[in-house]
Write a protein that binds this ligand. Structure first.
Ligand SMILES: Nc1nc2c(ncn2[C@@H]2O[C@H](COP(=O)(O)OP(=O)(O)OP(=O)(O)O)[C@@H](O)[C@H]2O)c(=O)[nH]1
Ligand SMILES: [Mg+2]
Length: 234
């Protein structure tokens, strides 16, 4: 098997729909999923490039693996559930630090999944939460959760990522281009998400391959990340 030319990693809390998004894109379906153990990857041929896409486990017990999966990544897709505000906060608190091992010019996409659940919901009702509503219990239709995270919250988080990575807004794709709202269930914006990221990752791959390009730092034996990064998003 040919070695992948570049790597994309999906990160995010458990149950936000990382595996479902990947399966929707790669297999064109929305099957039942089980919570991911460790990680798994798909290979995608995009133009003449071979891209690996890594699905990681959101469960806390696998957290330590995250930075290993991110090592040398050309893009990271940070995923939350639009009906569960805590899942966006978790990206900042738990997952962003894992990207220290990614490529220096790694791209970031911020993805709010499960928009189908709150579409048409009357404002202010429901509790949101990480689990899908309507899975048994009670009679009659389950109330729709209210959408807890708005696009501007995702844009604000994207800007925090840039600050954390010490990147200038002028040197990276605009927040509006890299923040998506998706539904793995209906397929909404799923192709747009992955194909935008693939297109943007190609120049990163080319830069990584260019003669004289700085090589990805192997952090296996490296000291902890620079102090200046810790806590700058809070
Ligand atoms: N309604 C709806 N449900 C979704 C969507 N995406 C995922 N789900 C459901 O949410 C649950 C969790 O989905 P997964 O894809 O397994 O979540 P995950 O982020 O991979 O979770 P971990 O592997 O534990 O980190 C499953 O019951 C999915 O069917 C979506 O877009 N809409
Ligand atoms: Mg999963």
């Amino acid at each position: 098997m040919r070695k992948p030319d570049g790597k994309i990693v999906l990160l995010g809390d458990m149950n936000v729909g990382k595996t479902s998004l990947l399966q929707r894109y790669m297999e064109r379906r929305f099957p039942d999923t089980v919570s991911t153990v460790g990680g798994a990857f798909y290979l995608k041929q995009w133009r003449s490039y071979n891209i690996s896409i890594w699905d990681t486990a959101g469960r806390e017990q696998f957290h330590g693996l995250g930075s290993m999966y991110c090592r040398g990544a050309a893009a990271v897709i940070l995923t939350y559930d639009v009906n569960h505000a805590q899942s966006l906060l978790e990206l900042e608190d738990r997952f962003l630090g894992l990207t220290d091992s990614a490529s220096a010019d790694c791209l970031f996409a911020v993805v709010g999944n499960k928009v189908d659940l709150s579409e048409g919901a009357p404002g202010g009702c429901g509790q949101g939460g990480g689990r899908d509503p309507g899975q048994g219990g009670g009679g009659g239709p389950a109330p729709r959760p209210s959408k807890q995270v708005q696009p501007e919250d995702a844009v604000a988080f994207y800007k925090k990522i840039l600050k954390y990575r010490m990147l200038d807004e002028r040197d990276v794709p605009a927040a509006e281009q890299m923040c998506f709202e998706t539904s793995a269930k209906t397929g909404k914006n799923v192709d747009l998400l992955f194909e935008t990221v693939f297109d943007m990752v190609v120049p990163v791959i080319l830069r990584q391959r260019a003669p004289g390009a700085p090589q990805t730092v192997d952090i296996a034996g490296a000291p902890p990340p620079a102090r200046t990064r810790s806590g700058c998003c809070s």
